[in-house]
Design a protein around this ligand. Structure first.
Ligand SMILES: Cc1cc2nc3c(=O)[nH]c(=O)nc-3n(C[C@H](O)[C@H](O)[C@H](O)COP(=O)(O)OP(=O)(O)OC[C@H]3O[C@@H](n4cnc5c(N)ncnc54)[C@H](O)[C@@H]3O)c2cc1C
Length: 366
């Protein structure tokens, strides 16, 4: 079977779905190919900041997401043991210090809104395995395995929004340099006790950050930074003694922690890397979001970067069709608009990672 669309977006994550919606709104026919079977994802970036909120409002999506459920964070608190050493409150005229949006709510709201356009399609269980080029070196389509069957989708532009391990990036031979940050993150989710405030809590444990993110639906997501590559060794030890610093900082969670985190399998390990690909465009092809630039979890900005990419790219692609110009030279304006900001944000993440411990050492000096 062969299908055709103006744009073929590989990856139905935040960046890919928002782009598909905006293109469909602009009258550009779009097919999104997503390898999973729906919108549920485990352990992904789920905090949006004020800039992203403004973009979602501008595109009339925020209220649709809010109907499905989200949670405004009232503050960020830094703990030394059981003592709060620093609190970040919303700035003047701000209502929150970030919003927790379950990724399934974000994706469902965007896809539901997109379905009103009959030139929008999303195909699940569809894994892109290769790219097709014409004689002039322009990318003109993708090879897909859908439900075990081979498909070809032809399109004038291919967008790789397929995450940190991007097949599109690899198939287009775009080099990317990965940077390690000296730590990995263990993620886990536990129920929140009654009356638990919607805040983000940070603790300093053996030189590493332990973060508790309150989530929509009375959950707490734990993000525990550990030394890079040490999870296999850690798993040989006793989980109860590992959990001790968490329980001693938050004794009110003791019962819940011990009940829900009984084995190491209750944690998922994310290898922390950042990267920025050498180029984000080729003739007839663009990469966005994590595929172009993977961020570290610091500051929870990964999802925000992907959504802003889509917001910036949509009018450029729309213009590319109006002017019948899908060359790398034309598409480069997207990269020019975004690369410096992304680079600055990555530098900012490194500064925050390095200075995290200072928040606590300053307290000891007082
Ligand atoms: C385990 C994990 C935990 C994370 N935790 C955090 C966090 O706490 N805070 C934070 O800010 N960020 C976090 N991130 C990063 C954040 O989720 C991303 O920055 C954000 O989701 C980027 O959006 P995206 O649309 O670019 O890519 P993704 O969300 O990765 O979406 C890519 C999509 O492409 C699909 N796909 C991949 N390959 C193919 C293929 N060949 N064919 C078809 N479809 C394909 C995938 O199934 C996925 O749906 C985490 C990422 C991971 C992987």
């Amino acid at each position: 079977m062969n299908l055709h669309a103006d744009v073929c977006v590989v990856g139905g994550g935040p960046a890919g779905t928002l782009l598909g919606y905006l293109l469909a709104q602009n009258g550009v026919s779009t097919i999104i190919l997503e390898r999973t079977s729906g919108v549920s994802r485990e352990f992904r970036g789920e905090h949006i900041n004020a800039d992203t909120e403004a973009i979602l409002r501008e595109h009339d999506l925020f209220n649709k997401i809010e109907e499905l459920g989200l949670l405004r964070m009232s503050k960020v608190e830094y703990f030394a043991g059981r003592h709060i050493v620093k609190t970040i409150l919303p700035g003047k005229n701000e209502e929150h210090v970030g919003i927790h949006v379950p990724q399934s709510h974000l994706l469902s709201a965007i896809i539901n809104e997109s379905q009103q356009y009959n030139h929008f399609q999303i195909l699940y269980n569809s894994t892109v395995t290769g790219l097709i080029e014409d004689d002039n070196g322009f990318y003109t389509g993708v090879k897909v395995i859908k439900d075990g069957q081979e498909l070809v989708i032809s399109s004038k532009i291919i967008v790789g929004a397929d995450g940190r391990y991007s097949t599109v990036r690899k198939q287009a031979n775009i080099p990317t340099e990965q940077r390690k940050h000296g730590y990995d993150v263990l993620w886990a989710k536990i129920p929140a006790p009654q009356g638990w405030e919607p805040t983000t809590r940070m603790v300093f444990v053996d030189g590493h950050q332990l973060a508790l993110f309150t989530q929509t639906g009375s959950r707490i997501q734990i993000g525990w930074n550990i030394e890079e590559g040490t999870f296999p060794l850690l798993k040989k030890g006793d989980i109860r003694s590992f959990l001790e610093p968490l329980v001693s900082s938050f004794p009110e969670l003791k019962h819940i922690v011990l009940e829900n985190l009984q084995t190491w399998k209750d944690f998922v390990c994310l290898k922390v890397v950042s990267s920025c690909s050498e180029t984000w465009v080729k003739d007839g092809l663009v990469i966005i979001g994590d595929a172009a630039h993977t961020m570290t979890p610091t500051g929870a900005i990964g999802i925000n970067c992907g959504l802003i990419d889509a917001h910036v790219l949509a009018p450029i692609l729309t213009k590319a069709f109006l002017e019948n110009n899908t060359s790398a030279q034309f598409l480069k304006q997207f990269e020019v608009s975004r690369r410096e900001t992304i680079k600055n944000q990555q530098e900012m993440q490194i500064k925050k990672e390095v200075s995290f411990s200072e928040i606590f050492t300053q307290l000891e000096l007082v």
